[in-house]
Design a protein around this ligand. Structure first.
Ligand code: ZN
Length: 312
């Protein structure tokens, strides 16, 4: 009997050693779990402050806790490119405490998804930024990092995985279509990700983000027969391009093409327009892509005029 117990114990020890050796992130996973434990303690604190502590407000004597509640839900998805050379490099970055950066998901070029954090926790992916009047993007959002060096195209497998993930998140948390955005959208002065090859139009066709009507007429109204039609399969993503967007060599600030000023239109969409040229550049990175600069051509103004109304 003793011998059998010894064999079982040896097997148990070996399996622990093997499982640790199999995952190089076992030590940081332990740190992760420890942090979850600390945060769980915070969640267990009941209001108001215990008797004897200094109360900030005129609390009633009896505490009455509601019986009806749940956890808060994310309502925004922010898409990034990693600007690194491999998933391994990014996983390492997100598990080193000194970097102070993280995201909920990392998607590799091969379509493999790493979920690094429960959706209900706050990842540190947005940094300083703003979308509409929301200035705490990390608290409201889920961060998705796409393995990409910042200049290359995104692989079909990666985009197919992203679309599957977005579908799941959208359904689970009832995230509005307009709330799928990029890092450059929330931080126009600091960020330029995801890069200009990112298929925002395809995402919008699938219900993640908004897009303008194409073709548009001279003042940005949709022409008959134009649509942002749905029904394109993820595998078709490479065939969706911005071919209909002309490369304009003219630069225009023609106010007649816009019902409101560029600053107001961009603000309605959600951009922080404190630095207007930066906001214009971020808008062009997302919606024009053929040229990404601080000029608004006639075509850009028509797009803007059509687009901002969808955010009203
Ligand atoms: Zn980013």
């Amino acid at each position: 009997m003793k011998r059998i117990n010894a064999i079982i114990l040896s097997f148990a020890i070996i399996s622990v050693i093997v499982s640790c050796a199999g995952n190089p992130y076992a030590p940081t996973n332990r740190v992760h779990k420890k942090q979850i434990k600390t945060l769980t303690k915070e969640l267990k604190v009941l209001p108001p402050p215990p008797p004897g502590t200094t109360a900030k407000f005129n609390y009633a004597e009896d505490w009455v806790g509601t019986t009806n509640f749940s956890l808060r839900r994310p309502n925004l998805v922010v898409i990034h490119h990693t600007a690194q050379n491999s998933v391994d490099q990014t996983l390492k970055t997100f598990t080193l405490p000194r970097t102070q950066v993280s995201s909920h998901y990392v998607i590799g070029r091969n379509g493999e998804i790493y979920q690094m954090l429960n959706d209900l926790y706050r990842a540190w992916h947005g940094g300083s930024g703003q979308w509409g009047s929301n200035t705490d993007i990390n608290s409201a959002s889920i961060g998705i990092e796409l393995d990409n060096n910042g200049f290359e195209e995104f692989s079909p497998l990666q985009i197919a995985s992203l679309l599957n993930l977005l579908e799941d998140l959208k359904t689970k948390y009832k995230i509005p279509a307009a709330n799928f955005i990029g890092h450059s959208d929330i931080a126009p002065t600091r960020k330029n990700d995801p890069n200009r090859t990112f298929p925002w139009k395809l995402l919008a066709l699938k219900g993640f983000g908004l897009w303008y009507d194409e073709p548009i007429d001279i003042i940005g109204k949709p022409l008959e027969g134009s649509s942002t039609a749905v029904g394109i399969e993820p595998s078709e993503f490479s065939s969706v391009s911005n071919d209909s967007v002309p490369t304009s060599d003219s630069v225009s600030q023609n106010p007649e093409l816009l019902d409101v000023s560029p600053a107001i239109a961009l603000k309605i969409i959600g951009y922080d327009v404190t630095d207007l040229p930066a906001a214009i550049k971020a808008f062009k990175l997302h919606f024009i892509q053929t040229e990404v600069d601080t000029n608004l051509t006639d075509h850009d103004l028509r797009v803007l005029n059509n687009l901002y109304k969808k955010y009203l």
